[in-house]
Design a protein around this ligand. Sequence first.
Ligand code: HEC
Length: 123
Amino acid sequence: MSFWGLLLIGPALAGILDKGDPEKGKALYADQCAVCHSIKPGIHGHLGPTLAGVMGRRAGSVSDYDFSPAMAGDGRIWTPEALDRYLEDPKASLPGGRMKFFGLKDAFERADLIAFLKQISER
Ligand code: HEC
């Protein structure tokens, strides 16, 4: 990536997002997400939709889950960058969304978690 490309994306994203550790992400998922989400295909969690196959999927599109109108009508694709923005601050990233999660402020932790979500989506 060019110098100007790095400047545009910003230091928080440049590089960090590609270097996540899925093993650390798995532990973070167990600690912070599993209470509401599952990673089993077709089986939703206690409150949230399954995260199986989430990477590359359109937001709010998994079947048999009742998304908020905000999420269902949003249309964003869950790329690593989109997940990074959402997980940092779900409320700001998706006004009207229903995920009651305060956000993960540490960019390295987000990268680990996203590496894990990528890994489970490739299975
Ligand atoms: C308190 C419960 C709760 C916690 C904790 C939680 N979520 Fe969620 N999550 C939800 C709900 C509810 C939705 C659906 C939001 C909507 O419809 O607006 C959601 C939606 C999502 C989506 C969008 C899924 C899709 O198919 O479009 C992603 C991605 C996601 N959560 C990831 C995470 C991750 C990663 C964590 C852990 C850091 C986490 N969530 C923690 C409840 C939770």
